[in-house]
Write a protein that binds this ligand. Structure first.
Ligand code: GDP
Ligand code: IMO
Ligand code: MG
Length: 422
């Protein structure tokens, strides 16, 4: 199986970083295919913890890592990430596709201005300029990495863009944009620094996939319900985390992929938007505290709720999971009873996932109640209490997808293999 994609099955932060790091051992290339530094992926190895916003999590295994054309990159964040790793003794073997777009400080400024202007109606973005950068890409006004590394070409393209943004920030939002000449100078330096990392990632991955024995791991960012088209629009991100988007975002023809969906044993969401199984009060507080449910990128408290199989069924339909990695099972340890949503009730009728978020925001989840469990020492899947195994079996039966990986803690060794994932 040469191509494997790790995709978030929920609203992000499912533990994709941990699963990518684990499976990277078997990979020759680890590729980020969408999103930007709105992502925050955590890898824990022994006493060390790594947080990545742009670099693929495969760097910890010292793998060749790639950032594909579908990613939007803030070069300031990337350079900081590279420097931090260098100090920790890791020199990433990185290549960036020159078609990837550059996030500029005006994108951050616009993201923030829009959120502030929206007041109560804000999306709760990460403020990293992701939406405005993808907008420029779609409107064909954006700056690509191939522009950034060529000073004359960069100046020619960026000045009109900065001027247009200054008008927008000033006239619509009454804000003064960041100083043009400072941006240009800083970014020319960043371009010089990163010039050596550019290369045709599309071509390279294509050829790796055609070489016997080479394994490519695609690391998704965000999650299925944050997908621009199929998520809870407009409370979504501006890219396509779905497994199928690997092809367009990396620049590959469609071919069969192993699709590993990553889901927590419960549900979380950070930012605004509907969340049918959301809890408040003691249960939510307990999950948040035990699960340390605070954003990796922004530190915001995550909203918490029970596992939602209506949503995961929809995610399976969209991504075609061949297997699931279930994370954070340890966080549910000690509850007497656990609940899992299996359908929704709307206007007195039982329904599945509705595409209309006005409906989604009004549904009442219908729950199945399962016995809780307390985890003791677990070195293998068989060590899990019967009730925990039943919790997992219930998910498998409902979704008709095998759970191969069960995660019971942030560290590499806190992982149980129910069956061989690869
Ligand atoms: P990602 O964005 O999908 O990579 O996930 P994040 O890194 O943003 O958030 C997941 C958090 O849960 C990180 O702090 C991980 O170290 C942690 N984590 C991952 N798996 C487990 C697990 O099985 N149990 C616990 N308690 N923490 C986990
Ligand atoms: P990882 O890869 C969780 C959410 C934001 C907001 C919405 C839009 O770590 O799972 P944006 O800044 O993208 O315009 O914000 O998307 N969001 C994430 N939530 N995990 C992420 O990434 C996210 N990236 C964006 O909170 O609701
Ligand atoms: Mg995250």
């Amino acid at each position: 199986m040469p191509g494997i994609v790790i995709v978030g099955a929920q609203w992000g932060d499912e533990g994709k970083g941990k699963i990518t790091d684990l499976l990277a051992e078997r990979a020759d290339l680890v590729v980020r295919y969408q999103g930007g530094n709105n992502a925050g992926h955590t890898v824990v190895v022994g006493n060390e913890s790594f947080k990545f916003h742009l670099l693929p999590s495969g760097v910890v295994q010292n793998k060749e890592v790639r950032i594909a054309s579908g990613v939007v990159i803030d070069p300031r964040v990337l350079v900081q990430e590279l420097d931090t790793l260098e100090k920790r003794g890791i020199t990433p073997r990185l290549r960036i596709d020159p078609r990837a777009h550059v996030i500029l400080p005006v994108h951050n400024a616009l993201d923030e201005a829009r959120e502030a202007a929206a007041g109560e109606g804000k999306l709760g973005t990460t403020g990293r300029g992701i939406g405005p950068c993808y907008e420029d890409r779609a409107s064909r006004a954006g700056i690509r990495f191939e522009d950034l590394v060529d000073e004359a070409r960069f100046r020619r393209k960026v000045i009109p863009l900065l001027e247009a943004k200054a008008q927008l920030l000033g006239k619509v939002y009454q804000r003064k944009g960041p100083a043009q000449e400072d941006i240009v100078k800083e970014y020319v330096d960043l371009g010089r620094r990163l010039a050596g990392t550019l290369g045709d990632v599309s071509e390279e991955v294509h050829s790796a996939l055609q070489t016997d024995g080479r394994v490519v791991l695609f690391e998704g960012a965000q999650g299925t319900l944050l997908d621009l088209a199929f998520g809870t629009y407009p409370y979504v991100t501006s890219s396509h985390p779905l497994s199928g988007s690997v092809f367009v975002n990396v620049g590959l023809p469609p071919s069969p992929l192993e699709v590993i969906g990553v889901s927590k044993a419960y549900t979380t969401r950070v930012g605004s938007g509907p969340f049918p199984t959301e809890l408040d009060g003691k249960v939510a507080d307990r999950i948040r505290e035990v699960g340390k449910e605070y954003g990796t990128t922004t530190g915001r408290p995550r909203r918490c709720g029970w596992l939602d199989l209506v949503m995961l069924k929809y995610a399976h339909r969209l991504n075609g999971f061949s297997q699931l990695a279930l994370t954070k099972l340890d966080v549910l340890s000690g509850f007497k009873k656990l609940r899992i949503a299996t359908s929704y009730r709307y206007d007195g009728v039982e329904i599945g996932w509705p595409y209309d978020i006005e409906v989604l925001s009004k549904v009442e989840p219908v729950y199945e109640e399962l016995d809780g469990f307390t985890l003791g020492r677990t070195d293998s899947y068989e060590d899990l209490p019967e009730e925990a195994q039943e919790y997992i079996a219930f998910i498998e039966r409902t979704l008709e997808v095998p759970v191969t990986i069960v995660s019971v803690g942030p560290a590499r060794q806190q992982t149980l293999f129910k069956s061989k994932p690869l």
